[in-house]
Design a protein around this ligand. Structure first.
Ligand code: SF4
Ligand code: SF4
Length: 247
């Protein structure tokens, strides 16, 4: 089993705004494009241009229909939920790894896989409650989101480009990247301002990524909530997301 480093001061992660995500999959495809030719977590495809393309995705976007909620007087709505590794502070995927292939970086908290050490036993994918691990049947090793570690520290890129490919590609700016360990960072302030939530915190893996809940919706005047606040909508979305993930 693999040990974790002491908690890092720097906690790099993503903040994803469920209010503005339109489910376009630009983040997923730009992730695929960057990593298919990258060195940090090269992706594999089977039959990429065939009738039944298969392969590895670090980032997947799921869309759900939310029923109207009588208690908070929220109308029915569609919610798009991008899902990728949350770079947990105490990740089960690392501690369960028998070879040390899964590891968490002490300097910035990014969780990575050393493919040279991976034996493809899939224990990490069973241990991750968020479904964030991706097994490559082609290479026989586990893969996962690297937070584009080969972009964010890449001094060959312009500074403005040193962020994850998914963040750069998002046309609605629903994705934000930064240091969630620094309360003064833009991402931390955004989370505080919008009551950002962690997914299934009760499991104890302390995910670093945060989701910003959808803002209360305006339906017709008759269904306009008198007292629905962003907190109500946030709690609803957070309860709902946790329920979906626990299935
Ligand atoms: Fe590991 Fe899953 Fe947490 Fe990512 S989300 S660090 S793969 S337990
Ligand atoms: Fe949502 Fe942005 Fe991803 Fe499109 S690119 S699915 S808007 S997070």
């Amino acid at each position: 089993m693999t040990a974790l480093p002491p908690p890092s001061k720097k906690k790099l992660g993503l903040v994803i705004d469920l209010d503005t995500c339109v489910g376009c999959h630009a983040c997923a495809t730009s992730c695929k494009e960057w990593n298919a030719g990258g060195i940090a977590g090269p992706l594999t495809d089977e039959r990429p241009y065939g009738k039944d393309p298969q392969g590895v995705w670090f980032n997947r976007v799921h869309s759900y229909e939310l029923e109207a909620d009588v208690a908070t007087k929220q109308p029915a709505q569609t919610l798009h939920f991008p899902r990728s590794c949350l770079h947990c502070e105490t990740p089960a995927c690392v501690t369960v790894c028998p070879t040390g292939a899964s590891y968490k970086r002490a300097e910035d908290g990014i969780v990575l896989v050393d493919e040279d050490k991976c034996i493809g036993c899939k224990l990490c994918s069973w241990a991750c409650p968020y479904g964030a691990r991706e097994y490559s049947a082609v290479e026989g090793v586990m893969k996962k989101c690297t937070l584009c570690v080969d972009r964010i520290y890449n001094d060959k890129l312009d500074e403005v480009d040193r962020q994850p490919a998914c963040v750069q590609a998002c046309p609605t700016r629903a994705r934000h990247f930064g240091d969630l360990g620094d309360p003064e960072s833009d991402v931390s302030k955004l989370v505080a301002e919008r009551n950002g939530v962690a997914l299934m915190p009760d499991l104890g893996y302390a995910p670093v990524n945060r989701y910003l809940p959808p803002r209360p919706r305006r339906a017709g005047d008759e269904t306009q909530p008198e007292n629905a606040t962003q907190n109500d909508a946030g709690n609803l979305a957070s309860r709902w997301l946790n329920r979906i993930l626990k299935r």
